[in-house]
Design a protein around this ligand. Structure first.
Ligand code: PLP
Length: 437
């Protein structure tokens, strides 16, 4: 057996001495031997919890189930498990039962924005398509914690079909993001069928898969899977590495199979207290990712889902991390730090402040070193006036069938072709006074 650590070998033997050696790298064996109880977890890792804590852990697991692959479990350091980032991501904390008064079951209002079974349609041109409710490992920080382990919500074939029908009927959807659960937990044939259906929809230009399989079940990334995925280009994959320790030789092999199949790889990290809330750690993670042809995509502020309060950092910490990346390392190693707006407003990018001031013809900027500089605005810049009629414009876009919907939001008040000059929230007291007067 060629496991990633020496403790992995011991753990494998404790889980199933008869078959572990021969089948450790068989993903079906891994799934079949997933650890789902505190007792098995203790036995596998060779640890024991004091009785009182154990009772509380059992209560936590009743509300939020436990599931971890032997592979992922084997990355935990049994000597210092309580501080181990892998342990903290896969093993329940009794603090999950602490609910703050601002915590929400569905903070991103994904259910409210469901426009068809399995479809959350939040942005104009792209949808989230929840095609699987299965995960190889139940992340303790899951934003969809409300649904974890909920067998009833595994989408039926008719629901997938209804989701596909919705996408067919909405020509503005050019980007489909397959998520779940984990889409790579579906059988190859099921995934192949869904991807084939999406390929057949003319207006769908790209498909993305969000998956944690390369992190928690890297052996699922087989040559057969990659070959199948490679027939569905342009297909992008986003993985979910949170800590440099998760990038093992096995996960590197999985990433390499995907990259060799021509799939552009990105990574989404969740900022987690006491797991990865450190600028130096984040820089190391970014460097390890780009060495494996994975581009850091998003760094997420932890959502306001119930059961996650112990994982949350301040937003300030996130900004400080970005401050330590921009300029200090390769531009493509810097993820965009985002807060997913509670209530369903979507992702909002946050950056340290680089624009210090503005005057008529000058912008005052600062760089990562603290250098303050000015950028002289051009004296005679005259942008092309835009009335939205691209066919008559001197700028050559000349896209066939370019059907541009009008601008929305801030883009709308900035544009030439719309006379709206301000966006005013409804129901302000001031506006009501005007109506009354
Ligand atoms: C994150 C997300 C997307 C994709 O957003 P990008 O910024 O394009 O990566 C789409 N739909 C929903 C509901 C999302 O949460």
């Amino acid at each position: 057996m060629n496991t990633d650590t020496t403790t992995a070998h011991e753990i494998a033997m404790r889980i199933d001495a008869d078959t572990a050696v021969a089948r450790w790298k068989d993903w079906r064996w891994q799934v079949g031997h997933s650890v789902r109880s505190i007792e098995t977890f203790e036995r596998a890792l060779g640890i024991t919890f004091p009785p009182e804590e154990r009772a509380e852990l059992e209560r936590t697991v009743e509300r939020f189930p436990l599931c971890v692959t032997p592979y992922y479990l084997s990355l935990i350091d049994p000597e210092d498990f309580r501080n181990d980032p892998v342990f903290m991501q896969c093993f329940p904390s009794v603090r999950e039962l602490e609910v703050e008064d601002y915590d929400l079951e569905d903070p991103l209002a994904e259910d409210a924005d469901m426009t068809a079974p399995c479809i959350t349609h939040r942005y104009p041109d792209r949808v989230l398509f929840l095609v699987s409710n299965l995960c190889a490992m139940y992340c303790r920080h899951c934003t969809r914690k409300r649904k974890v382990g909920d067998i009833d919500s595994v989408p039926a074939d008719e629901e997938i079909e209804a989701g596909l029908a919705y996408i067919r009927e909405h020509p503005r959807v050019r980007d489909v993001l397959l998520s779940g659960g984990d889409p790579l937990m579906l059988p190859d044939e099921t995934l192949d069928r869904i991807l084939t259906e999406l390929d057949a929809i003319e207006h769908v230009e790209v498909v993305r898969i969000g998956t944690r399989v390369p992190v928690v079940l890297p052996y699922r990334i087989t040559a057969d899977l990659a070959r199948m995925l490679g027939t569905h280009h342009p297909l992008w994959i986003n993985t979910h590495f949170n800590h440099p320790k998760e990038i093992t030789s096995s996960s590197e092999a999985a990433l390499s199979i995907l990259a060799d199949a021509g799939i552009p790889l990105g990574n989404q990290t969740v900022l987690l207290a006491n797991v990865n809330d450190c600028p130096r750690l984040q820089r190391t993670l970014a460097h390890k990712l780009v060495r494996n042809r994975v581009r850091p995509y998003y760094l997420y502020q932890c959502d306001l889902s119930e059961g996650l309060s112990h994982f949350r950092t301040s937003v300030a910490r996130g900004i400080e991390i970005v401050e330590n990346l921009v300029g200090h390392t390769s531009g493509f190693a810097v993820p965009t730090y985002v807060v997913d707006a509670p209530g369903g407003g979507g992702k909002i990018p946050l950056m340290p402040t680089y624009v210090l001031s503005w005057a008529d013809n000058k912008v005052v900027l600062r760089n990562y070193e603290g250098v303050i500089t000015t950028y002289q605005e051009p004296k005679n810049y005259c942008p092309v006036y835009c009335d939205g009629n691209c066919a008559e414009c001197t700028l050559q876009l000349k896209e066939e069938n370019a059907e541009e919907p009008g601008p929305v939001g801030i883009a709308k008040i900035l544009s030439d072709l719309d006379e709206t000059s301000s966006l005013v929230p409804e129901n302000t007291e001031r506006m009501e006074r005007r109506i009354d007067a």
